[in-house]
Write a protein that binds this ligand. Sequence first.
Ligand code: F3S
Length: 429
Amino acid sequence: MYLTKEEERMLEGEFGSGVAYSMRVLTKLGDAMDAERMIKPVSSHIVSLGYQGYGDLAKWCKDLDEKMLDDVKQFRISATTNPKFFKPEDKKLIEKFGMSSSTVEEIREGVNWSKKFEDLGAIPAYTCTPFFVYPIRKGEHLAGAESVAVVMYNSIYGAMLNRETGPTALSSAVTGITPEFGMHKPENRYARVQVDLDKALKPKEFTRADYSALGYYVGKIAMDRNVVFTGLPKDMSVGLLKTLLAPLGVSGAVMLAHVVGVTPEAPTLDDALMGRKPEEKIEVGKEQLEEMYGMLTTTTEDKADIAIFGCPHAPLEEINEISQLVNGKKIRDDASFLIGTAEPIKVLADRMGLTNTIEKCGGLIVTDICPHLFFNPGFIDIELKHSINTVATDCTKCAHYVSGFSGGKIKMKYGSVESCINAIAKRGD
Ligand code: F3S
Protein backbone atom coordinates (compact mmCIF):
# COMPACT_ATOMS: atom_id res chain seq x y z
CA MET A 1 0.00 0.00 0.00
CA TYR A 2 1.06 3.58 -0.55
CA LEU A 3 2.70 5.26 2.44
CA THR A 4 3.56 8.94 2.73
CA LYS A 5 7.17 9.92 3.49
CA GLU A 6 6.28 10.44 7.16
CA GLU A 7 4.50 7.06 7.39
CA GLU A 8 7.58 5.40 5.92
CA ARG A 9 9.78 7.08 8.54
CA MET A 10 7.42 5.88 11.26
CA LEU A 11 7.62 2.33 9.90
CA GLU A 12 11.41 2.48 9.76
CA GLY A 13 11.66 3.35 13.44
CA GLU A 14 12.56 7.03 13.28
CA PHE A 15 9.88 7.83 15.87
CA GLY A 16 10.71 4.96 18.22
CA SER A 17 10.04 1.24 18.41
CA GLY A 18 6.42 1.53 19.64
CA VAL A 19 5.44 3.66 16.65
CA ALA A 20 7.30 1.26 14.30
CA TYR A 21 5.55 -1.78 15.86
CA SER A 22 2.16 -0.08 15.55
CA MET A 23 2.92 0.80 11.93
CA ARG A 24 3.71 -2.84 11.21
CA VAL A 25 0.34 -3.85 12.70
CA LEU A 26 -1.52 -1.30 10.55
CA THR A 27 0.35 -1.93 7.28
CA LYS A 28 -0.19 -5.71 7.65
CA LEU A 29 -3.90 -5.06 8.22
CA GLY A 30 -4.01 -2.68 5.25
CA ASP A 31 -2.24 -5.17 2.98
CA ALA A 32 -4.56 -7.99 4.08
CA MET A 33 -7.61 -5.86 3.34
CA ASP A 34 -6.28 -4.45 0.02
CA ALA A 35 -6.23 -0.89 1.36
CA GLU A 36 -4.47 1.54 -0.96
CA ARG A 37 -3.51 4.15 1.62
CA MET A 38 -3.78 5.32 5.20
CA ILE A 39 -6.26 7.97 6.38
CA LYS A 40 -6.37 10.10 9.53
CA PRO A 41 -9.23 9.24 11.92
CA VAL A 42 -10.31 11.90 14.43
CA SER A 43 -10.25 9.46 17.35
CA SER A 44 -9.70 5.83 18.35
CA HIS A 45 -11.70 3.86 20.91
CA ILE A 46 -9.19 1.73 22.79
CA VAL A 47 -10.05 -1.73 24.07
CA SER A 48 -7.20 -3.27 26.04
CA LEU A 49 -7.64 -6.61 27.72
CA GLY A 50 -4.51 -5.53 29.60
CA TYR A 51 -6.88 -3.73 32.00
CA GLN A 52 -10.23 -5.14 30.91
CA GLY A 53 -9.15 -8.71 31.48
CA TYR A 54 -7.85 -10.60 34.50
CA GLY A 55 -4.98 -12.97 35.30
CA ASP A 56 -2.89 -14.46 32.47
CA LEU A 57 -5.16 -13.01 29.79
CA ALA A 58 -4.53 -9.49 31.10
CA LYS A 59 -0.80 -10.16 31.40
CA TRP A 60 -0.43 -11.38 27.80
CA CYS A 61 -2.37 -8.41 26.47
CA LYS A 62 -0.38 -5.96 28.61
CA ASP A 63 2.84 -7.41 27.16
CA LEU A 64 1.52 -6.75 23.66
CA ASP A 65 0.37 -3.21 24.60
CA GLU A 66 3.88 -2.52 25.93
CA LYS A 67 5.41 -3.30 22.53
CA MET A 68 3.12 -0.77 20.86
CA LEU A 69 3.66 1.88 23.53
CA ASP A 70 7.45 1.64 23.83
CA ASP A 71 8.96 5.16 23.59
CA VAL A 72 5.52 6.70 23.01
CA LYS A 73 5.05 9.98 24.91
CA GLN A 74 1.65 11.05 23.59
CA PHE A 75 -1.14 9.61 21.44
CA ARG A 76 -1.28 11.35 18.07
CA ILE A 77 -5.10 11.53 18.02
CA SER A 78 -7.86 11.72 20.58
CA ALA A 79 -8.64 8.36 22.22
CA THR A 80 -11.41 7.04 24.46
CA THR A 81 -11.23 3.96 26.69
CA ASN A 82 -13.44 0.88 27.08
CA PRO A 83 -14.56 -0.34 30.55
CA LYS A 84 -12.14 -1.89 33.03
CA PHE A 85 -12.39 -5.34 34.60
CA PHE A 86 -13.28 -3.81 37.98
CA LYS A 87 -13.11 -0.52 39.85
CA PRO A 88 -11.14 -1.01 43.10
CA GLU A 89 -12.20 2.50 44.26
CA ASP A 90 -15.91 1.53 44.31
CA LYS A 91 -16.35 0.91 48.04
CA LYS A 92 -20.12 0.37 47.80
CA LEU A 93 -19.65 -2.38 45.24
CA ILE A 94 -16.89 -4.04 47.25
CA GLU A 95 -18.98 -3.97 50.42
CA LYS A 96 -22.13 -5.21 48.70
CA PHE A 97 -20.34 -8.28 47.35
CA GLY A 98 -18.12 -8.83 50.39
CA MET A 99 -14.87 -8.87 48.41
CA SER A 100 -11.73 -9.39 50.48
CA SER A 101 -9.10 -6.65 50.55
CA SER A 102 -6.50 -9.06 49.13
CA THR A 103 -8.69 -9.74 46.07
CA VAL A 104 -9.28 -6.03 45.61
CA GLU A 105 -5.55 -5.30 45.79
CA GLU A 106 -4.77 -8.06 43.30
CA ILE A 107 -7.34 -6.63 40.88
CA ARG A 108 -6.07 -3.08 41.46
CA GLU A 109 -2.63 -4.06 40.26
CA GLY A 110 -4.09 -5.31 36.95
CA VAL A 111 -6.51 -2.49 36.19
CA ASN A 112 -3.89 0.15 37.06
CA TRP A 113 -2.49 -0.56 33.59
CA SER A 114 -5.24 1.78 32.32
CA LYS A 115 -3.36 4.74 33.88
CA LYS A 116 -0.70 4.30 31.18
CA PHE A 117 -3.30 5.20 28.54
CA GLU A 118 -4.43 8.24 30.51
CA ASP A 119 -0.80 9.42 30.76
CA LEU A 120 -0.60 9.29 26.96
CA GLY A 121 -3.67 11.51 26.65
CA ALA A 122 -6.60 9.07 26.47
CA ILE A 123 -9.94 10.39 27.70
CA PRO A 124 -10.76 8.23 30.76
CA ALA A 125 -14.29 7.47 29.54
CA TYR A 126 -14.13 3.75 30.46
CA THR A 127 -17.36 3.04 28.65
CA CYS A 128 -18.55 0.86 25.77
CA THR A 129 -20.89 3.71 24.79
CA PRO A 130 -18.33 6.45 23.99
CA PHE A 131 -20.91 7.97 21.62
CA PHE A 132 -22.84 9.23 24.68
CA VAL A 133 -19.79 11.18 25.89
CA TYR A 134 -17.72 11.75 22.72
CA PRO A 135 -20.04 12.76 19.86
CA ILE A 136 -18.93 12.57 16.23
CA ARG A 137 -20.10 14.28 13.04
CA LYS A 138 -21.48 12.52 9.96
CA GLY A 139 -18.68 11.55 7.55
CA GLU A 140 -15.86 11.71 10.12
CA HIS A 141 -13.48 8.74 10.20
CA LEU A 142 -12.76 6.84 13.41
CA ALA A 143 -10.62 3.92 14.47
CA GLY A 144 -11.44 1.60 17.32
CA ALA A 145 -12.73 -1.65 18.68
CA GLU A 146 -15.86 -2.49 20.78
CA SER A 147 -18.64 -3.75 18.55
CA VAL A 148 -21.32 -1.53 20.16
CA ALA A 149 -19.32 1.63 19.53
CA VAL A 150 -18.67 0.54 15.93
CA VAL A 151 -22.27 -0.18 14.98
CA MET A 152 -23.59 2.93 16.79
CA TYR A 153 -21.04 5.41 15.40
CA ASN A 154 -21.52 4.05 11.87
CA SER A 155 -25.29 3.73 11.94
CA ILE A 156 -26.58 6.52 14.17
CA TYR A 157 -23.91 9.20 13.83
CA GLY A 158 -22.94 8.51 10.20
CA ALA A 159 -19.27 8.25 11.22
CA MET A 160 -17.05 5.83 9.27
CA LEU A 161 -15.14 3.02 10.96
CA ASN A 162 -14.45 -0.71 10.80
CA ARG A 163 -14.91 -3.36 13.45
CA GLU A 164 -11.34 -3.60 14.70
CA THR A 165 -9.30 -5.35 17.35
CA GLY A 166 -7.65 -4.01 20.52
CA PRO A 167 -4.14 -3.97 18.94
CA THR A 168 -5.23 -2.14 15.75
CA ALA A 169 -7.20 0.44 17.75
CA LEU A 170 -4.19 1.11 19.96
CA SER A 171 -1.89 1.26 16.92
CA SER A 172 -4.11 3.98 15.46
CA ALA A 173 -3.97 6.02 18.67
CA VAL A 174 -0.16 5.70 18.61
CA THR A 175 0.31 6.58 14.92
CA GLY A 176 -2.76 8.74 14.18
CA ILE A 177 -3.68 6.75 11.06
CA THR A 178 -5.75 3.77 9.94
CA PRO A 179 -5.90 1.86 6.62
CA GLU A 180 -8.69 2.94 4.31
CA PHE A 181 -10.97 -0.01 3.54
CA GLY A 182 -14.44 -1.36 4.34
CA MET A 183 -16.71 1.13 6.11
CA HIS A 184 -14.29 4.00 5.45
CA LYS A 185 -15.38 3.92 1.79
CA PRO A 186 -18.85 5.33 1.02
CA GLU A 187 -19.45 2.76 -1.73
CA ASN A 188 -19.35 -0.09 0.84
CA ARG A 189 -22.02 1.34 3.11
CA TYR A 190 -25.16 0.04 1.38
CA ALA A 191 -27.48 -2.44 3.13
CA ARG A 192 -27.33 -6.05 1.98
CA VAL A 193 -29.97 -7.50 4.31
CA GLN A 194 -33.44 -5.96 4.58
CA VAL A 195 -35.36 -6.56 7.82
CA ASP A 196 -39.14 -6.13 7.78
CA LEU A 197 -41.35 -6.52 10.83
CA ASP A 198 -44.46 -8.69 10.73
CA LYS A 199 -47.48 -6.35 10.65
CA ALA A 200 -48.84 -8.00 13.80
CA LEU A 201 -45.85 -6.73 15.85
CA LYS A 202 -46.29 -3.41 17.65
CA PRO A 203 -42.76 -2.01 18.12
CA LYS A 204 -44.17 1.08 19.91
CA GLU A 205 -45.10 -1.32 22.73
CA PHE A 206 -41.74 -3.16 22.76
CA THR A 207 -39.77 -3.41 25.98
CA ARG A 208 -35.99 -2.95 25.79
CA ALA A 209 -35.70 -6.74 26.05
CA ASP A 210 -37.89 -7.07 22.92
CA TYR A 211 -35.67 -4.64 20.97
CA SER A 212 -32.54 -6.42 22.16
CA ALA A 213 -34.00 -9.81 21.14
CA LEU A 214 -34.85 -8.38 17.70
CA GLY A 215 -31.25 -7.19 17.22
CA TYR A 216 -29.90 -10.54 18.42
CA TYR A 217 -32.08 -12.46 15.94
CA VAL A 218 -31.07 -10.24 13.00
CA GLY A 219 -27.34 -10.40 13.87
CA LYS A 220 -27.43 -14.21 13.67
CA ILE A 221 -28.68 -14.06 10.09
CA ALA A 222 -26.90 -10.96 8.80
CA MET A 223 -23.47 -12.00 10.15
CA ASP A 224 -21.07 -9.30 8.84
CA ARG A 225 -23.42 -7.80 6.25
CA ASN A 226 -24.88 -4.28 6.46
CA VAL A 227 -28.54 -4.22 7.45
CA VAL A 228 -31.57 -1.99 6.92
CA PHE A 229 -34.59 -2.08 9.25
CA THR A 230 -37.99 -0.98 7.94
CA GLY A 231 -41.16 -0.37 9.93
CA LEU A 232 -39.57 0.88 13.16
CA PRO A 233 -40.96 3.97 14.92
CA LYS A 234 -39.46 7.21 13.57
CA ASP A 235 -39.20 8.63 17.08
CA MET A 236 -36.89 5.95 18.53
CA SER A 237 -34.48 7.51 21.04
CA VAL A 238 -30.71 7.04 20.72
CA GLY A 239 -30.91 4.93 23.87
CA LEU A 240 -33.44 2.54 22.30
CA LEU A 241 -31.37 2.42 19.10
CA LYS A 242 -28.38 1.37 21.21
CA THR A 243 -30.51 -1.44 22.68
CA LEU A 244 -31.60 -2.60 19.22
CA LEU A 245 -28.26 -2.34 17.43
CA ALA A 246 -25.74 -3.53 20.06
CA PRO A 247 -26.68 -7.25 19.73
CA LEU A 248 -25.99 -7.16 15.97
CA GLY A 249 -22.30 -7.21 16.82
CA VAL A 250 -22.73 -10.02 19.36
CA SER A 251 -24.72 -12.73 17.55
CA GLY A 252 -23.20 -11.42 14.30
CA ALA A 253 -20.48 -8.99 13.28
CA VAL A 254 -22.61 -6.23 11.76
CA MET A 255 -20.88 -2.83 11.54
CA LEU A 256 -23.64 -0.76 9.98
CA ALA A 257 -27.42 -0.98 10.38
CA HIS A 258 -29.64 1.62 8.79
CA VAL A 259 -33.07 2.36 10.25
CA VAL A 260 -35.27 3.87 7.55
CA GLY A 261 -36.36 7.41 8.36
CA VAL A 262 -34.15 7.52 11.46
CA THR A 263 -30.45 7.10 10.69
CA PRO A 264 -28.44 9.73 8.75
CA GLU A 265 -27.74 7.70 5.63
CA ALA A 266 -31.23 6.20 5.33
CA PRO A 267 -33.94 8.82 4.80
CA THR A 268 -35.55 6.17 2.52
CA LEU A 269 -35.17 2.43 1.95
CA ASP A 270 -33.73 3.14 -1.48
CA ASP A 271 -31.04 5.39 0.06
CA ALA A 272 -30.04 2.59 2.47
CA LEU A 273 -29.83 0.09 -0.38
CA MET A 274 -28.07 2.65 -2.63
CA GLY A 275 -30.53 1.75 -5.37
CA ARG A 276 -29.73 -1.98 -5.28
CA LYS A 277 -31.87 -4.98 -4.42
CA PRO A 278 -31.24 -6.58 -0.99
CA GLU A 279 -29.36 -9.90 -1.08
CA GLU A 280 -31.71 -11.24 1.54
CA LYS A 281 -35.01 -10.18 3.11
CA ILE A 282 -35.97 -11.27 6.61
CA GLU A 283 -39.39 -10.93 8.19
CA VAL A 284 -39.38 -10.94 11.98
CA GLY A 285 -42.52 -11.79 13.95
CA LYS A 286 -43.55 -12.88 17.44
CA GLU A 287 -42.30 -16.41 16.83
CA GLN A 288 -38.72 -15.28 16.11
CA LEU A 289 -38.63 -13.03 19.18
CA GLU A 290 -39.93 -15.85 21.37
CA GLU A 291 -37.26 -18.13 19.93
CA MET A 292 -34.58 -15.63 21.13
CA TYR A 293 -36.13 -15.39 24.60
CA GLY A 294 -36.03 -19.20 24.78
CA MET A 295 -32.44 -19.37 23.58
CA LEU A 296 -31.18 -16.75 26.04
CA THR A 297 -33.05 -18.17 29.05
CA THR A 298 -31.29 -21.15 30.58
CA THR A 299 -33.17 -21.52 33.86
CA THR A 300 -36.73 -22.38 34.82
CA GLU A 301 -36.27 -20.81 38.29
CA ASP A 302 -38.41 -17.79 39.20
CA LYS A 303 -35.68 -16.31 41.36
CA ALA A 304 -32.31 -14.84 40.40
CA ASP A 305 -29.29 -13.89 42.53
CA ILE A 306 -28.53 -10.69 40.66
CA ALA A 307 -30.08 -8.53 37.93
CA ILE A 308 -27.79 -6.74 35.49
CA PHE A 309 -28.78 -3.74 33.38
CA GLY A 310 -26.66 -1.42 31.29
CA CYS A 311 -24.75 -3.83 29.05
CA PRO A 312 -23.97 -1.81 26.93
CA HIS A 313 -23.78 1.05 29.40
CA ALA A 314 -27.11 2.72 30.10
CA PRO A 315 -27.92 6.30 29.06
CA LEU A 316 -29.84 8.55 31.43
CA GLU A 317 -33.23 7.65 29.94
CA GLU A 318 -32.66 3.95 30.73
CA ILE A 319 -31.56 4.68 34.30
CA ASN A 320 -34.59 6.93 34.71
CA GLU A 321 -36.96 4.16 33.52
CA ILE A 322 -35.42 1.60 35.88
CA SER A 323 -35.52 4.03 38.78
CA GLN A 324 -39.24 4.69 38.22
CA LEU A 325 -39.90 0.96 38.13
CA VAL A 326 -38.08 0.18 41.37
CA ASN A 327 -39.24 3.25 43.27
CA GLY A 328 -40.58 2.09 46.66
CA LYS A 329 -39.59 -1.58 46.09
CA LYS A 330 -37.02 -3.62 48.01
CA ILE A 331 -34.93 -6.47 46.74
CA ARG A 332 -34.00 -9.55 48.82
CA ASP A 333 -31.04 -9.22 51.21
CA ASP A 334 -29.21 -12.03 49.40
CA ALA A 335 -29.77 -10.45 45.96
CA SER A 336 -28.42 -7.41 44.17
CA PHE A 337 -28.84 -5.43 40.99
CA LEU A 338 -26.35 -3.37 39.07
CA ILE A 339 -26.74 -0.78 36.33
CA GLY A 340 -23.60 -0.17 34.30
CA THR A 341 -23.05 3.32 32.91
CA ALA A 342 -20.43 5.95 32.11
CA GLU A 343 -19.22 8.20 34.95
CA PRO A 344 -20.57 11.49 33.47
CA ILE A 345 -24.03 9.90 33.16
CA LYS A 346 -23.92 8.78 36.79
CA VAL A 347 -23.05 12.31 37.91
CA LEU A 348 -26.33 13.44 36.33
CA ALA A 349 -28.21 10.47 37.81
CA ASP A 350 -26.87 11.49 41.24
CA ARG A 351 -28.04 15.08 40.75
CA MET A 352 -31.48 13.94 39.60
CA GLY A 353 -31.97 11.71 42.65
CA LEU A 354 -32.12 8.53 40.51
CA THR A 355 -29.09 6.98 42.22
CA ASN A 356 -30.74 7.49 45.58
CA THR A 357 -33.95 5.73 44.48
CA ILE A 358 -31.97 2.81 43.08
CA GLU A 359 -29.80 2.46 46.18
CA LYS A 360 -32.86 2.60 48.46
CA CYS A 361 -34.21 -0.42 46.60
CA GLY A 362 -30.90 -2.27 47.08
CA GLY A 363 -29.31 -1.65 43.68
CA LEU A 364 -26.14 0.16 42.64
CA ILE A 365 -25.15 2.23 39.63
CA VAL A 366 -21.61 1.24 38.70
CA THR A 367 -19.28 3.15 36.39
CA ASP A 368 -16.09 2.42 34.46
CA ILE A 369 -16.66 -1.36 34.43
CA CYS A 370 -18.51 -4.19 32.71
CA PRO A 371 -21.08 -4.94 35.41
CA HIS A 372 -20.84 -8.72 34.97
CA LEU A 373 -17.20 -9.75 34.54
CA PHE A 374 -15.94 -9.55 38.12
CA PHE A 375 -18.16 -12.37 39.40
CA ASN A 376 -17.89 -14.66 36.39
CA PRO A 377 -16.10 -17.93 37.26
CA GLY A 378 -14.79 -17.98 33.68
CA PHE A 379 -12.57 -15.02 34.64
CA ILE A 380 -12.06 -15.03 38.38
CA ASP A 381 -12.43 -17.47 41.24
CA ILE A 382 -13.33 -15.53 44.38
CA GLU A 383 -15.56 -15.89 47.43
CA LEU A 384 -18.48 -13.47 47.46
CA LYS A 385 -20.92 -12.75 50.29
CA HIS A 386 -23.75 -14.28 48.23
CA SER A 387 -23.04 -16.82 45.54
CA ILE A 388 -24.20 -15.92 42.04
CA ASN A 389 -25.69 -18.84 40.16
CA THR A 390 -28.53 -17.15 38.30
CA VAL A 391 -28.48 -13.77 36.54
CA ALA A 392 -31.55 -11.89 35.31
CA THR A 393 -31.06 -9.33 32.54
CA ASP A 394 -32.83 -7.47 29.77
CA CYS A 395 -29.60 -7.20 27.72
CA THR A 396 -28.83 -9.90 25.16
CA LYS A 397 -25.13 -9.03 25.20
CA CYS A 398 -25.01 -9.67 28.94
CA ALA A 399 -26.98 -12.93 28.62
CA HIS A 400 -24.72 -14.10 25.78
CA TYR A 401 -21.44 -13.32 27.57
CA VAL A 402 -22.31 -14.28 31.15
CA SER A 403 -23.53 -17.66 30.03
CA GLY A 404 -20.75 -18.15 27.47
CA PHE A 405 -17.81 -17.01 29.62
CA SER A 406 -18.98 -19.13 32.55
CA GLY A 407 -19.28 -22.19 30.31
CA GLY A 408 -23.00 -22.35 31.13
CA LYS A 409 -22.34 -22.53 34.90
CA ILE A 410 -24.26 -19.31 35.50
CA LYS A 411 -27.89 -19.69 34.48
CA MET A 412 -29.69 -16.85 32.72
CA LYS A 413 -33.16 -15.41 33.05
CA TYR A 414 -33.81 -13.13 30.08
CA GLY A 415 -36.71 -10.66 30.16
CA SER A 416 -37.97 -7.13 30.72
CA VAL A 417 -36.62 -4.92 33.51
CA GLU A 418 -39.86 -5.56 35.40
CA SER A 419 -39.47 -9.35 35.23
CA CYS A 420 -35.80 -9.09 36.27
CA ILE A 421 -36.70 -6.98 39.30
CA ASN A 422 -39.47 -9.44 40.21
CA ALA A 423 -36.85 -12.20 40.18
CA ILE A 424 -34.83 -10.46 42.94
CA ALA A 425 -37.62 -8.61 44.81
CA LYS A 426 -38.65 -9.38 48.38
CA ARG A 427 -41.92 -11.30 48.49
CA GLY A 428 -44.86 -8.89 48.50
CA ASP A 429 -42.82 -6.07 46.84
FE1 F3S B 1 -20.16 -2.92 27.69
FE2 F3S B 1 -19.09 -4.83 29.03
FE3 F3S B 1 -21.48 -5.15 28.06
S1 F3S B 1 -18.07 -3.55 27.57
S2 F3S B 1 -21.38 -3.99 26.21
S3 F3S B 1 -20.90 -3.67 29.64
S4 F3S B 1 -19.86 -6.64 27.99
